[in-house]
Design a protein around this ligand. Structure first.
Ligand code: SAH
Length: 342
């Protein structure tokens, strides 16, 4: 088994370099290169003999660009990345006023089974290593020549179903030795693995946690999100409130609007009611008009603005997710799905 060098912290790499009989300062030089996406001969100030030793004991898991789609409407770019074993994942690069953002994947496929989602149709193949999450950012920075200042874990996979690697990734990406992206600029989105939310509250990671709620009662939520059969809305929202009490970090809620499922005015009323019951700070709801996925037969809602206005009138802070890259199918999972079909 080779060392997965991009998953290593600087102290871990220093230990490896010393064990190879090389001076410790080389580790910092090498770390500087790999976090810019350079490896092998590209590491120009590293002696050839050391490069050879490193290549013998390490693998460099930087994702390779297999396909890149560029929007004509805005600077959004969608990447299909190929991993070391040939599996594919997706990332989306977006430019916002507050900085460049990359939406990254956390698993190859997903086993959560949400009915509206393209990523889960063929289940989960494997978890991503920390290097492969970090590598999406490094590869996108290398390709665009732009610094990424914000990261959202809203691509393929359920980050909390790959808990240890996600936490290691969060520590790596925010480390000043590595990409130095502040944890406050990172969002982790989850379908609601309650035990893991409790664990995450103890990690001292000031990220923003987003909960994919998508429904106002258990019957509706269970019909579109199988995870709700394991953890009810009551358990989920209690975990959210206790996460906030422990960390002081407000949670935001994602709500995908699906026609005739969860998008009525009555639904907005019920959603406001259930959020207010459990969440003591003003909850923020990010409404996402459903991106239609061919296989699902679910349709996007025509009631988005009404739903938003109703929530606002009930004292809930609601916004509609701005649609970037709509001409390149930028919602995650769909590009990988397409490449599987071909
Ligand atoms: N597993 C994580 C990350 C998933 S993707 C989670 O469940 O939160 C990020 C968001 O996009 C989630 O809220 C997810 O439910 C939503 N989503 C997935 N497929 C979608 C689709 N076809 N249209 C709109 N939103 C979708």
């Amino acid at each position: 088994m080779k060392y997965d060098i991009l998953s290593m912290t600087l102290p871990e790499l220093e230990e490896l370099i010393l064990s190879l009989g090389e001076p410790k300062f080389r580790a910092k030089q090498i770390y500087g290169w790999i976090t810019k996406g350079a490896w092998g001969e590209e590491m120009r100030n590293i002696p050839k003999s050391l490069i050879k030793k490193l290549e013998d004991v390490c693998e460099f898991r930087l994702p390779k660009i297999k396909l890149k789609l560029e929007s004509k409407l805005d600077p959004t770019k969608k990447y299909l990345f190929e991993l070391i074993d040939g599996e594919c994942i997706e990332s989306v690069f977006m430019e916002y006023a507050h900085g460049n953002t990359l939406c990254i994947s956390s698993q190859v496929g997903c086993r959560m089974g949400c009915k509206f989602c393209a990523s889960t149709i063929l289940g989960r193949v494997r978890d991503l290593a920390p290097s492969e999450m970090l590598g999406q950012i490094i590869a996108a920075e290398k390709d665009t020549g732009k610094r990424i200042s914000n990261v959202v874990m809203m691509g393929i996979g359920e980050p909390l179903d790959n808990y240890a690697n996600t936490v290691k990734f969060l520590r790596l990406v925010s480390s000043p030795d590595s990409l130095n992206i502040g944890l406050r600029h990172i969002s982790v989105s989850t379908c609601g693995l309650v035990d893991r939310i409790d664990d995450l509250a103890k990690e001292d990671l000031p990220i923003t946690l987003s909960i994919s709620l998508h429904a106002y009662d258990d019957e509706t939520r269970s019909s579109i999100m199988p995870i709700n059969n394991k953890y009810s809305i009551d358990e989920l929202l209690c975990a959210c409130e206790s996460y906030y009490q422990k960390t002081g970090r407000r949670i935001s809620f994602e709500y995908t609007l699906i026609a005739n499922k969860n998008d009525t005015e009555e639904g907005a009323y019920m959603l406001a009611k259930v959020l207010k019951k459990y969440i003591r700070s003003t909850p923020h709801v990010n409404l996402i008009p459903l991106n239609e996925v061919e296989e699902t037969k679910l349709h996007t809602s025509k009631n988005v603005n009404n739903f938003k206005n109703k929530l606002i009138s009930l004292g809930i802070n609601a916004t509609v997710r701005r649609k970037l890259g709509s001409d390149i199918n930028a919602s995650c999972g769909q590009l990988r799905r397409q490449s599987q079909k071909e």
